[in-house]
Design a protein around this ligand. Structure first.
Ligand SMILES: Cc1ncc(COP(=O)(O)O)c(C=O)c1O
Length: 374
């Protein structure tokens, strides 16, 4: 059953009639042979936007992340350094081990929010006797909806380049970061050797993700994409839909962020605690002493709103996107306020994390239970 308003993830956006109309105008070439004009148009748009030479359209963010990493991981022993919460490490089926035979060095940010140059410096491996030398630093922006500051990315990039280490970005939600900060996509692009950008999350496209890099690396990635079984044929209609979304949906992101902030502030006002600052379209909230099911059941029944509901958990990730109207925020707040009253939750604004970056906790926050079960 598809709920009318699904706030479990920004992957839940639904294709619109307009997208189907746009698909009809797509070229019908074969992308295995790189002969589809609509795919070329999308790849050129993304490469130019990021200030890089070339791009490759792929089926998923997992695929374009793993392709990007694999292009730099040519022969073991070698390793990838990343945040301990990174998607490439935790949620891509162990793909780094499988595709690239690489070890992972997962690092806990000392500031509790994002890796710093000092964190990276302290964990880069240069041990060529018994270690797995770091060949790639993989960053993620946004990570759990929080923004990686561009100044820190630049510092890490300078360090990587001085050490001959490649920089990869899991930019599944880079548009969210760019729209929230005003930092140009190409400014981010400069700091990385490869960037994966999802089109089927907040951007709203039905399918697809793009890897951006230099021409030679993209040619290599294209070959590896075929090896993975990801060479697709008449992909033009998907590229056309994605281009439509890039032009029409990306500019709506600031409005979505504003709505998310209103929901986050409203939940804190009721007395619930945010587990991470709300900086873009994601909210991590602890509903204890209520369980998420106390809210999820009435929200679905009364308003056709679906929120992540892991059995027995009080922790929830709420993700907004362009198809979620303001009324949904009102309805979540209404049900949350009623639940708080039923459970006699007192206001805890002082202890709740407010919606600013500086309030990130320095301890590791337990987000288990916040994700929808797969
Ligand atoms: C940060 C991040 N990177 C990569 C991916 C992978 O995207 P896909 O689901 O298209 O494989 C996701 C998916 O949720 C993600 O959140």
């Amino acid at each position: 059953m598809v709920a009318k308003f699904d706030v479990t993830s920004d992957t839940a956006t639904q294709p619109t009639e307009q997208m189907f109309d746009v698909m009809k105008s797509a070229s019908r070439g074969d992308d295995v042979f790189s002969t589809d004009e609509s795919v070329h148009e999308l790849e050129k748009f993304m490469a130019d936007l990021m200030g890089h030479e070339a791009a490759l359209f792929g089926a998923s963010g997992t695929m374009t992340n793993q392709l990007g990493l694999r292009c730099w991981l040519l022969h073991p022993p070698h390793s990838v350094l990343c945040d301990h919460r990174a998607h490439v490490h935790l949620h891509e089926c162990g793909g780094i081990a499988y595709h690239s035979q690489a070890a992972v060095t997962p690092v806990i940010p000392t500031n509790g929010a994002y890796l710093t140059e000092e964190d990276v410096r302290a964990n880069i491996s240069t041990d060529v006797l018994v270690g797995a030398p770091t060949k790639v630093i993989s960053l993620e922006n946004t990570l759990n909806g929080t923004i990686f500051p561009i100044e820190e990315i630049r510092r890490i990039s300078d360090l990587a380049r001085a050490r001959g280490v490649k920089m990869h970005l899991d930019g599944a939600r880079l548009f969210e970061a760019s729209q929230a900060t005003g930092v140009n996509m190409a400014e981010y692009g400069k700091c990385f050797d490869s960037i994966s950008i999802c089109l089927s999350k907040g951007v709203g496209a039905p399918i697809g993700s793009v890897l951006v890099s230099d021409r030679k690396t993209i040619a290599h990635a294209r070959h590896l994409r075929k090896l993975m079984g990801g060479g697709w044929r008449q992909a033009g209609m998907l590229a056309k839909a994605a281009l439509h979304c890039l032009h029409t949906i990306v500019p709506t992101m600031p409005a979505t962020h504003k709505l998310a902030k209103r929901l986050a502030d409203g939940l804190v006002g009721i007395g619930f605690k945010l587990l991470l600052p709300c900086q873009t379209n994601m909210i991590f909230v602890d509903f204890s002493p209520a369980l998420v099911s106390d809210l999820a059941t009435p929200l679905l029944k009364d308003y056709d709103i679906k929120i992540s509901n892991n059995p027995g958990s009080s922790v929830c990730r709420i993700v907004l996107h362009y198809q979620i109207p303001s009324s949904v925020v009102d309805q979540i707040l209404e049900v949350a306020a009623k639940t708080a009253k039923d459970k006699q939750i007192t206001r805890q604004i002082d202890s709740a994390i407010c919606s600013t970056a500086s309030s990130a906790s320095s301890s590791v926050i337990d987000l288990s239970g916040a994700y929808p079960s797969l």
